[in-house]
Design a binder for this molecule. Structure first.
Ligand code: ADP
Length: 260
């Protein structure tokens, strides 16, 4: 993982985990969790050992997205066993604490829960651990960015101005604590009509790519808004698990190239 720099970082590194990558967004509902899961599955399809940690205290969605059921079990060394789904090791804050409790946590509490989910879960050897961050740039997010030995961050945004303004804040936050931006993903780039196949740029198109260019960070690619993607996520059958070389193919291969 990237060496720590800056004065205030005391990063939590993890023995056996080569890279920890945060997937973040400036605001909720832009597809951060959907992107996290599909990136993780894509990296897995490249033959890497991948874990995914859902740290989204405001709306943990990994259990739904990956079809996880039940509670994680405790292993022989008293560590929690990560759950398994489509070849990924997965753990979600939603499996361990109830949402209403976690929602009001300040940064240090989020960080300590996250530290536990890293240290007290038997992840084993991983090439990459993806952290699905809570949306936004408040003190919880800052605590994670500062307190974790991140190799880098991926920023998810829609092309809409409002989303881009918040994405910019996210990039600024990571830069402040010396976490490299691995790239920007533009989600919901355009809508593909299920009936006629026509493309509609509902939120505008190319906004995130232009913004990435302006800010001097890599652009990893765009993902269309499709019925299939939404339906697959709700069913716990993510598109990349079904077809690894689908819409996110270029994005996760680009990410792997930057990282490895
Ligand atoms: P966030 O983690 O940013 O809050 P989610 O990944 O939970 O966002 O996505 C919010 C909703 O939008 C979910 O219902 C998800 O299935 C849907 N969604 C996200 N990306 C797409 C997409 N590209 N096409 C269709 N639906 C999408």
């Amino acid at each position: 993982a990237a060496p720590a720099s800056g004065t205030s970082r005391k990063p939590v590194a993890m023995a056996g985990i080569t890279h920890i990558v945060a997937v973040a967004s400036g605001k909720g509902g832009v597809g951060k969790s959907t992107t996290s899961v599909n990136l993780a599955l894509g990296l897995r399809a490249l033959g890497l050992k991948v874990g995914i940690l859902d740290a989204d205290i405001y709306g943990p969605s990994l259990p739904t997205l990956l079809g996880l059921r039940g509670q994680p079990r405790v292993g022989t060394d008293r560590k929690l066993l990560p759950m398994q789904s489509y070849g990924l090791k997965a753990m979600s804050i939603g499996l361990l604490v109830d949402e209403e409790t976690a929602m009001v946590w300040r940064g240090p509490m989020v960080m300590s829960a996250l530290t536990q989910m890293m240290a007290e879960v038997a992840w084993g050897r991983l090439d990459i651990l993806i952290i699905d961050m809570p949306p936004g740039t408040g003190d919880a997010q800052l605590a994670i960015a500062q307190g974790t030995d991140l190799s880098g961050a991926v920023i998810v945004s829609t092309p809409q101005d409002l989303s881009l303004i918040d994405a910019r804040r996210g990039i600024t936050m990571f830069r402040k604590v010396d976490v490299p931006i691995l790239g920007v993903v533009e989600n919901m780039s355009h809508f593909i009509c299920t009936d006629c196949g026509a493309h509609h740029a509902i939120f505008g198109e190319g906004g995130a790519e232009q913004e990435a260019g302006r800010l001097g960070v890599p652009f990893l690619g765009g993902v269309p808004l499709t019925m299939e993607l939404r339906r697959a996520s709700d069913l716990g059958q993510p598109v990349t698990a079904m077809a690894p070389d689908g819409v996110l193919g270029r994005i996760y291969t680009g990410l792997a190239e930057r990282l490895l």
